[in-house]
Write a protein that binds this ligand. Structure first.
Ligand code: HEC
Ligand code: HEC
Length: 406
């Protein structure tokens, strides 16, 4: 699966002895050996799971394309088709997006990159209840995974963005996250020779390759390449019965039963039906109620409603829920059997979804649910973290210093 040619560096090689002597003489001059002299050749092949067309565009290939059942048909059906994915980006755009994603040059003070909060080593999340942005500012919600975001039609817990492009400008210019301004961002990229060359490679036909639109396109291209569809669950769904053991199959059966009803909302194969549901999860101790989608749609009936999150790679992204309120998968599963609305504070009037019921699951059934959710892990297509960033800055991951993880 490894992509050999991800990151080819070519130092401007043809340096004559004469020019070396000149350089030595003019050592104070910045004309030699400055950072911009490093040239990075962007990948010219697609990431694994994509095939390259003659138009230099990458198209996604996956097993679910073999099935033609409609996304909405067959409750809990195992071979349901997937929605159409965002694809069609060039290998160079995807690779540029990868470099941008890890590069803290995108933030106002060069301290935070997308990967700070969406770390590939932590399921593209950050193991925190609430993420931390520049100057240690604590966000109001937890960082969702980015795996399979290519298939999503709305973004953020409250569904307030409709595309990955629209989403990307959120954190870049949010004072609490990366704190940048369009002007400063464009200037810092334009002042980095390496980036000037990279944007030209990724957007060869454009007169002004460095633009906010192209930054969003490259980030979208990269995020759309984060495909996770080869878990043990998928192997089972495609007919390899032994991919799951008896406990896990028992868990799958609880998951899709009309008693537990998990698959009504966490519908396979994406493990989300992409709708908003009010389920009444608790906020962390002492924090105000997060009204969620009520704000987005200015609709009282959506008070406390959140986008049903995917459960893909869920074992990697604790703690759970928009607030990171639950530390373990067992606690998250237990929530559903605690009684309809049990965590809704008094006086708070939430219109709970009708699939939130009183399933009264046994401890054994909860354990089997956890066993099953753990089979949804597949990180085989994890992209390579750049060894060196075009800006010369280094990628730092926020230490897990905060916070209310209970
Ligand atoms: C300071 C931490 C932080 C940084 C930096 C950050 N994010 Fe996020 N990201 C979050 C949090 C928290 C959310 C959820 C916010 C919400 O729903 O209100 C989120 C949500 C998202 C989502 C929506 C996922 C979904 O399923 O709805 C995407 C996509 C995303 N971020 C991509 C990015 C990209 C691209 C960057 C860099 C330009 C970035 N993030 C930078 C913390 C961060
Ligand atoms: C009515 C729709 C619905 C049903 C039924 C449902 N869920 Fe959820 N699930 C959601 C929503 C919405 C969230 C996010 C809620 C929040 O953040 O407050 C969620 C969150 C989760 C999370 C945390 C995901 C994350 O990324 O943090 C897990 C785990 C989970 N559900 C498992 C289950 C299990 C197991 C069942 C069955 C017992 C189930 N769900 C039934 C809608 C549903």
């Amino acid at each position: 699966m490894g992509k050999a040619l991800l990151y080819k560096r070519q130092y401007s090689a043809k340096i004559s002895v004469f020019s070396l002597i000149c350089a030595a003489l003019f050592i104070a001059s910045s004309a030699f050996a400055k950072e911009g002299d490093i040239q990075i050749q962007l990948a010219d092949t697609c990431p694994p799971s994509f095939s390259l067309g003659t138009d230099n565009r990458c198209s996604l290939r996956h097993m679910y394309q073999l099935y033609d059942s409609l996304q909405d048909s067959g409750i809990g059906g195992l071979k349901t088709a997937l929605p159409k994915a965002r694809d069609g980006f060039s290998p160079q755009q995807i690779d540029l997006g990868r470099l941008l994603f890890f590069d803290p040059i995108l933030s106002a003070d060069n301290s935070v990159s997308c990967a700070t909060c969406h770390n590939p080593k932590q399921g593209f999340s950050d193991a925190m209840g609430r993420s931390v942005g520049i100057n240690g500012q604590i966000q109001t919600r937890s960082a969702p995974t980015l795996w399979n975001s290519a298939f999503l039609s709305s973004f953020f817990w409250d569904a307030r963005a409709e595309s990955l492009e629209e989403q990307a400008v959120g954190p870049l210019f949010s004072p609490a996250e990366m704190g940048n301004t369009p002007k400063q961002l464009l200037m810092s990229l334009k002042n980095t020779d390496t980036y000037v060359g990279l944007f030209k490679q990724a957007f060869p036909e454009q007169k002004v390759p460095i633009s906010i639109g192209n930054i969003a396109t490259a980030l979208t291209a990269f995020q759309s390449s984060l495909i996770s569809l080869n878990s043990r669950y998928d192997q089972y769904a495609h007919g390899y019965h032994n991919a799951l053991n008896d406990d896990e199959i028992a868990g799958l059966n609880v998951f899709r039963s009309f008693v537990a009803r998990c698959s009504q909302c966490h519908t396979p194969p994406l493990f989300t039906n992409q709708q908003i549901a009010v389920i009444g999860t608790p906020e962390p101790e002492g924090l105000p109620r997060d009204i969620g989608a009520e704000e987005t749609f200015k609709s009282k009936v959506l008070r406390g409603g959140f986008k049903v999150p995917t459960l893909r790679n869920i074992a990697q992204t604790a703690p759970y829920m928009h607030s990171g309120r639950f530390k373990t998968l067992k606690e998250a599963a237990e929530f559903y059997t605690g009684g309809r609305g049990h965590a809704v504070p008094e006086g708070e009037d939430l219109l709970l979804h009708w699939h939130i019921s009183e399933p009264d699951l046994t401890d054994n059934e909860l354990d089997r649910l956890v066993d099953f959710m753990k089979t949804l892990s597949d990180e085989s297509l994890v992209p390579i973290t750049p060894a060196q960033l075009p800006s010369g800055l280094s990628f730092k991951h926020m230490e897990n210093s905060n916070n209310e993880k209970s």
